[in-house]
Ligand binder design. Structure first.
Ligand code: PGA
Length: 255
């Protein structure tokens, strides 16, 4: 069975070491040692070092929210995967819809980053998802298939099983509008079917697919209870220790 994974994407929040450390200490005092669920926090780059130190007291792993695909050089403002690796970052979120929409990241760029992350043994959490107008036009599956093909271009069977996919319908991110558990499950099972037809049944069964978009303590259990949903990528509700803890508990209870 697939182990659920709960990610907390802090986005551009809690970026000062004192506040980030306080939040993480609060969270650790609630969760202590987690065994049945993987928990990953993605804080801003400015606090990675402080947060990594504190996280060592627990099983919580640390992700970066982004990275570039080159290791060094004249790339002002970018962060090298090499820096992340040396600091002890174990995961990286790639292709979040905010990166795609606000910073014009393309499937090709995300694919380059994905290949680089895998080559450096940083576990990628790759986000895909449709806009509201695309859903309303009945194009959700077409968009998902396109992103799956292009974001995951030239990825081997071995590498795709190390990758975590986050299905995040863009209309549900930060809006308080969640996909219903049934809507989410439909797309998760579709993503799995794409993995089966491109790779094989074993790969389809192995890859963990998180749901993201307004996951809250009051809807987490219903969403995570679906067969093809392996936890969640949480934004807003990950900023507060008790609400994030309740979401982790929701995943743990189902195990
Ligand atoms: P949200 O964000 O939980 O605030 O909707 C989810 C995400 O962007 O990963």
């Amino acid at each position: 069975m697939r182990k659920p994974i709960i990610g907390g994407n802090w986005k551009m929040n809690l970026g000062v070491p004192s506040e980030a450390v306080k939040m993480l200490n609060n969270l650790i005092s609630l969760v202590r040692k987690i065994e049945l669920v993987d928990v990953v926090i993605a804080p801003p780059f400015t606090v990675l070092e402080s947060v990594i130190k504190v996280a060592k007291k627990s099983n919580i792993k640390i992700a970066a929210q982004n990275m570039y695909f080159k290791e060094n050089g004249a790339f002002t403002g970018e962060i090298s995967p090499n820096f992340l690796k040396k600091m002890g970052v174990e995961y990286v979120i790639l292709g979040h819809s905010e990166r795609r929409d606000i910073f014009y990241e393309t499937d090709e760029l995300i694919n380059n980053k994905l290949i680089k992350a895998l080559s450096m043994d940083i576990i990628p959490i790759v986000c895909i998802g449709e806009h509201l107008h695309q859903r309303e036009e009945g194009k959700t599956k077409e968009i998902i298939a396109y992103q799956m093909e292009n974001t995951f271009k030239n990825i081997s069977k071995e590498d795709i099983t190390k990758t975590i996919i986050a299905y995040e319908p863009i209309w549900a991110i930060g809006t308080g509008k969640t996909a219903t558990p049934e809507q989410a499950e439909e797309i998760h099972s579709y993503i799995r079917s794409l993995l089966v037809s491109r790779f094989n049944e074993e790969v389809g069964n192995k890859v963990r697919i998180q749901y993201g978009g307004s996951v809250k303590p009051n809807n987490a259990e219903a969403i995570f209870s679906k067969d093809n949903i392996d936890g969640g990528l949480v934004g807003g509700a990950s900023l507060e220790a008790s609400s994030f803890y309740e979401i982790i508990r929701a995943a743990e209870k189902l195990k």
